[in-house]
Design a binder for this molecule. Structure first.
Ligand SMILES: [Zn+2]
Length: 1268
């Protein structure tokens, strides 16, 4: 699987033999004759054909012949399978899937692949299968599944020959999912790869530039676009699109100077774009918008006319024409233009809105209401509430008018029903028709434009049956007669879901043929406009006397230059968010109708344009919108100096002050309705008694039984699912009679290096003996490929609702002896306790927390850097979208930097401001104490936006021992197991600094500062001490529920590892996820156990210090390695270099826990084998391995491209080797840029003998205590 050219000659799979074997074994004689209809040559040719040829078949000189051959092969295979009644080798289905995929028969490919998947337990070893499956899912816009399949391919085969294509598609899908960080990473990985793929480098670069634009990083985008324009031999189509984007961006954004110069830039870019591609209706349209905005009405009309002539007549264009007419005081012409727009696109909210305002301006409120209603019905309507208010207002107005006054008035415009019944101008419709035919003709070309609309993506996600559900469906269907009532219900459900999925598929196919929905006449799936009942009678009245709009496209008769040259086209606010498309073009086959840019993202600019520029128009609806959407960002904090306020100094000195900010304390624990547990448990005098009473007695037994689920070896057992996807139905989970599914669960869920697949020590030692004798044996079964890791499914059985708010394990310390009492350590690291609060630690140890108070910090290092997160101040434990309309998971958190001194000032002024507010409230309350309803109303309204912004000072690095000597020294007073550095801390064995993990970080907070949900880096434990004076509130979910949270993130289009998210507690309650919730007071230490998910917010003004520790336990090591593998699958860097660390552990530590020992030993063996195999392969290929060695505290190495850890054999470019900069690559990335590594030297850091010796000498130590 390491190499595959486009050549078909390599017949690696002996298809002919396969067919014969099968025919002889299972099928009748007749089928043998069938199979023989494939000649030997044909079989040979087919043998090399699989999913990896997708996209390249057509490029082959023999494309047509190959297609015929594939068609024949499919027919032969199908008839063979039929004759054998489906009882054929599983590979047969896989191959059939490949053939169908190459023929672009996606639905047949999918069903064949699914058969293979259900039959082949180790399907995950088959990279070509996973790749084919990913392509099919991609085609159907089932991005969730496509991403999974593609990530699996790269995990099982990092050197897969279509890695570039995969990165490209991952980049596109993450872009659509708004996971921009991941998108950029994959585009960049695609770009460095010199293998062929379906887009050119220029096109990939375009996507990167457009990615910046989408993120509103306009300067980066402009730079990237302009750099792209410098490319030699840039294809005309790419050039035209780049110029178009630049032009439109200049029109919308304030990238350069004043309005006049920005429009002049915009127009220049668009004109250049039209030079490169004169047929782009889109560019003409944009040009029209630019002219219109500077009052060049005549030029604007000419451009719009051109746009319509270039066969891209779209609702947007007609809508803009309507606005132009409206500005020229030609309401009748405006009406027809708008009608054209909404007839082309029934869901064009902006056009409906504009039409509504037109009717309003002509005193026809009834028609206006209908238009506004249609606007609100559109999925793309972004301001439903504003419109709803407007509708209400108009309706109220109507009620107050005497009925006669409306009826008697002569209408200026025909009613909406009359206008609607006019046919779309023939010229338009015929052109649309021609366009569709043209595209259909091109559709058998695989790289025909694939337009993906954003909404269907979401639909597919929910409608698409998972592979295991499909499999389950098949099984249920097969046993239709013997089903229990519950199973029958299930079958019904699945069948109906299946039908839906089929429908979505067909829709998907249809979409593939169109360039974009908005430019085509709406199909049956589009929203239909709705009029009131009276519409029927008007439908017939196809009134005459209304000229067709396009006849008007000559200059308006009264084209007096606009008095207000500044007035703009009305906003097109609602156009964004509608379609989001990925459009594939092939450089070699440019088509004038294709575009690289998703339809809507083009209009993202529109949104802000509309918001910012609506002034001049007499368009009140738009004005309202502009107000509502205006940016919530405020400037810097008031510049208050630190004063002599006593309460303020309490904050600065860091003394615990119970009066500050603890007000919310009693609100804690209301997360899950009906369950009220106290945060604090009874105070115990000694740690041991505290441990025993930490869990309230009535619950202790249940607690234990719950926790037993989380015990080390069994987190995933008993859950019969595949792929880490839970079967939602609990009945499914209890059914054990699904042999295929349950049989798969073990190999599926447990990541590669976890305990369960770790061989027993005798096996390891046996393998090791082989190693000693013959070097490393390649056929070592134990070290076979590992299945891709999967998140754990939700623990089963689900916790009852009254157990979802468990008491937090807490320990009270009174004195130093308590703190150093050994069971404290055991209690904290016990996997049954996801979190432990050690109360009163600072007091017991007499720690001087004042050293970390804001005042001392300012005195010590006032210029020290602080990372700032600007966040919205959210109510209580909730997280709302910026407008306050709905609860969401995503949380806003923009990064910037400042200094300790400046943040201190902000923190102090924020405190003073709140004191002032408090005082004002108190006086107000005195004045209006009789009016209670008002105040409660106010507090209710405050729950929703717009929210105040606050700043959170995070990740302040206290690693420098010179700068922070006193502070760091104070922390050595802590018990060893929570200390920053100690012999029992794995992170002290890494041998180098990992900032914030084995060094201290400081956090400076104001109330509401939030640390979003996360697990610690590589699932290490963490220690957090609140300095005070205010409190912090913690939310904690046990490790074995991280899969559930990961699912929630995916459903919310968030990256569990990379995005900022704040869980919705109601969602967690629904999903039976337990949440520990507690207040951390000043001087309390919070111990977050390995893998625990948590999120934190400041209740008062306070500082915190935190770092990570790695206890020497099997649980910690296992979770760290699992996360290491999961990060690899997700293309995320692992901050802890586990390979490097494992070797250091073997060198430095005596391990007495057999389980931990086995795991480390297994990892070492695996790495040893990889090093040996790679080294031998390099030497065999004639590549010199140069001894380099390593210095004592040299950090672990990471690939500079893909960020995986690189151990021992470093691939360094010749250039960087000469310059001694040593920029390291992994082998796969090196080979992507230089296939035979001619541009690289291979540096070796360890002698094989040395590694073997370390491995050899690493033995199980004798346990000193018999207890563990
Ligand atoms: Zn790499």
């Amino acid at each position: 699987m390491n190499s595959c050219g486009v050549s078909l000659s390599a017949a690696t799979v002996a298809l002919g033999d396969e067919a014969k074997k099968m025919a002889a074994g299972k099928a009748s004689r007749d089928s043998e004759e069938e199979s023989l209809s494939l000649t030997v040559e044909e079989r040979e040719a087919l043998g090399g054909m699989d999913s990896r040829l997708f996209g390249f078949v057509r490029l082959h000189e023999d494309g047509a012949r190959m297609k015929t051959l594939l068609g024949k092969a499919v027919r032969c295979y199908e008839s063979l399978i039929l004759k054998a009644e489906g009882k054929v080798d599983s590979d047969f289905f896989c191959q059939l899937g490949h053939f169908n995929l190459l023929l672009e028969d996606y639905s047949k490919a999918l069903s064949a692949y699914q058969r293979y998947y259900s039959l082949q337990s180790d399907y995950w070893k088959n990279a070509a299968f996973l790749y084919g499956l990913g392509l099919v899912y991609f085609y159907y816009n089932a991005f969730h599944w496509a991403i999974k399949a593609f990530q699996d391919v790269l995990y099982v085969d990092p050197s897969f020959c279509r890695a570039k294509e995969i990165h490209l598609r991952l980049g596109l899908m993450f872009k659509v999912n708004t996971d921009y960080k991941s998108s950029l990473k994959h585009f960049q990985l695609a770009l460095i790869d010199c293998n062929p793929c379906t887009l050119s480098s220029a096109e990939i670069q375009f996507h990167i530039a457009h990615l910046y634009e989408t993120q509103r990083k306009y300067h980066s985008a402009k730079e990237a676009y302009e750099q792209l324009l410098q490319t030699e031999n840039l294809p005309a189509q790419v050039k035209a699109t780049v110029l178009q984007q630049l032009g439109w961006m200049h029109h919308n954004m304030d990238i350069v100077g004043d309005k006049a110069s920005k429009e002049s830039y915009a127009i220049q870019y668009l004109q250049k774009s039209l030079e490169a591609d004169p047929n782009s209706g889109q560019s003409w349209y944009f040009l029209g918008r630019c002219y219109s905005s500077i009052g060049k009405v005549q030029d604007a009309f000419i451009s719009y006319r051109q746009s319509i002539d270039k066969s891209e007549a779209s609702a947007d264009t007609w809508c803009s024409i309507g606005v132009l007419y409206q500005q020229q005081n030609q309401p009748m012409d405006a009406l027809q233009a708008y009608i054209c727009a909404v007839q082309l696109d029934h869901g064009h909210a902006a056009a409906w809105m504009d039409l509504g305002t037109l009717y309003e301006s002509c005193n026809q409120p009834q028609d206006a209401i209908k238009c506004y209603l249609n606007a609100t019905r559109s999925k793309r309507c972004s301001n439903t509430s504003t419109l709803a208010a407007r509708i209400k207002f108009l309706q109220a107005q109507l009620c107050n008018l005497p009925q006669s006054s409306l009826q008697n008035k002569t209408k200026l415009l025909p009613s909406i029903e009359e206008a609607w019944s006019l046919p779309i101008p023939a010229e338009l419709t015929s052109r649309q028709g021609a366009m569709n035919t043209a595209q259909q003709n091109g559709s058998d070309n695989w790289n025909v434009v694939q337009s993906l609309s954003h909404h269907p993506v979401q639909q597919v996600y929910s409608l698409c049956l998972t592979p295991q559900k499909l499999q389950h469906l098949e099984q249920l269907r097969a046993n239709r007669d013997n089903l229990s009532p519950a199973q029958k219900r299930q079958l019904e459900q699945l069948e109906s879901q299946f039908v839906l999925m089929q429908q979505v598929r067909h829709k998907g196919v249809a979409q593939g043929l169109h360039k974009s929905q908005s430019s085509c006449v709406s199909g049956p799936n589009e929203e239909q406009p709705v009029f009131s009942t009276e519409s029927a009678q008007y439908q017939q009245a196809t009134s005459t006397g209304i000229k067709k709009p396009n006849e008007h496209l000559t200059l308006p008769s009264n084209s007096v230059p606009q008095r207000n040259a500044d007035s703009h086209l009305s906003s097109h606010i609602a156009t964004s968010g509608g379609q989001q498309g990925i459009i594939f073009t092939k450089e070699s086959k440019p088509s004038k109708n294709r575009s690289l840019v998703p339809e809507t993202s083009r209009h993202t600019g529109d949104t802000s344009n509309g918001c910012a520029d609506v002034k001049g128009l007499s368009n009140h609806v738009h004005q309202l919108i502009a107000d509502a959407v205006s940016s919530p960002n405020h400037g810097d904090s008031p510049n208050l100096l630190i004063g002599d306020n006593p309460q303020l100094s309490a904050l600065l000195i860091g003394k615990a002050n119970d009066n500050v900010g603890t007000g919310t304390c009693d609100k804690v624990n209301n997360i899950h309705p009906a369950v009220h547990t106290k945060t604090d448990h009874s105070v115990a005098s000694s740690p041991s008694s505290a441990i025993s009473t930490a869990t309230p007695s009535p619950k202790s037994t249940e607690q234990a039984s719950i926790n037993s689920v989380t015990s080390l070896n069994s987190p995933h057992s008993g859950i019969h699912t595949v792929n880490g996807e839970g079967l939602e139905n609990s009945q499914n989970s209890t059914k054990v009679d699904l042999p295929l599914v349950s049989h798969r669960s073990t190999s599926q869920i447990i990541p590669s290096m976890s305990v369960s697949i770790c061989p027993s020590s005798t096996e390891v030692l046996k393998a090791f003996r082989n190693l000693g004798k013959n070097g490393l044996s390649n056929s070592c079964v134990l070290l076979d490929k590992c299945p891709p890791p999967r998140p754990p499914t939700s623990p089963y059985p689900p916790l009852p609702k009254d157990k979802l708010n468990p008491p937090t394990p807490s320990i009270y310390l009174e004195n130093k002896r308590d703190a150093f009492f050994p069971p404290l350590h055991q209690f904290c690291t016990n996997p049954k306790n996801p979190v432990t609060v050690i109360r009163g630690l600072a007091g017991a140890l007499k720690l001087d927390l004042g050293l970390f108070s804001t005042k001392t910090l300012v005195e010590a290092n006032n210029e020290h850097m602080v990372e700032v997160r600007t966040q919205l101040l959210q109510p209580a434990d909730e997280n709302w979208d910026p407008t306050g309309t709905k609860k969401i998971w995503h949380c806003e958190s923009n990064r910037s930097h400042t200094t300790i001194a400046k943040y201190a000032q902000y923190q102090a002024s924020s405190f003073q401001e709140s004191l002032r507010e408090e005082n004002e409230k108190r006086t107000q309350h005195k004045d209006h104490s009789d009016n209670e309803s008002t105040s409660s109303e106010n507090s209710g309204r405050r729950r929703k936006g717009p929210f105040k912004t606050i700043k959170f000072g995070t990740n302040i690095d206290l690693s420098d021992n010179k700068k922070w000597k006193l502070q760091l020294h104070e922390l050595t007073k802590l018990p060893a197991f929570v200390r920053v550095v100690s012999a029992g801390n794995l992170l002290s064995h890494v041998g180098h600094t990992i900032l914030g993990m084995n060094t201290v970080q400081l956090y400076m907070k104001v109330p509401g500062s939030r640390t979003p949900g996360h697990q610690e880096n590589n699932n290490f434990c963490s220690v957090n001490i609140n300095i005070g004076p205010g409190d912090c509130e913690w939310f904690v979910v046990p490790e074995d529920y991280w899969g559930v949270l990961n699912d929630f993130c995916e459903k919310n289009n968030l990256n569990f590892l990379m995005s900022s998210w704040w869980p919705n507690l109601e969602d967690l309650y629904e999903a039976n996820v337990p949440v520990y919730r507690f207040i951390q007071r000043p001087g309390d230490l919070v111990w977050i156990n390995a893998g625990t998910v948590h999120w934190v917010q400041a209740v008062g003004w306070c500082n915190n210090i935190a770092w990570n520790v790695g206890p020497l336990t099997a649980c910690q090591y296992k979770l760290a390695v699992e996360r290491y593998e999961w990060n690899k699958l997700k293309s995320v860097k692992s901050p802890v270099p586990m390979v490097h660390l494992s070797w250091n552990m073997a060198r430095n530590i005596k391990v007495s826990d057999p389980k931990l020992f086995e795991m480390i030993k297994y990892c070492l063996l695996k790495i040893l084998k990889q090093c040996q195999t790679l080294r031998e392969a390099l030497v065999a290929a004639g590549k010199e391995v140069i001894w380099h060695g390593r210095t004592n505290d040299e950090p672990a190495h990471y690939c500079s491209i893909c960020e995986v850890e690189v151990f021992n054999l470093l691939f360094v470019t010749n250039e960087s080797n000469t310059q001694k900069t040593y920029i390291v690559h992994c082998q796969d990335c090196a080979r992507k840029t230089s296939r035979s590594l001619e541009n690289f030297v291979v540096l070796e850091q360890y002698k094989m003998e040395d590694l073997i010796q370390v491995y050899d000498q690493f033995t199980l130590g004798l346990s000193l205590s018999s207890s563990s």
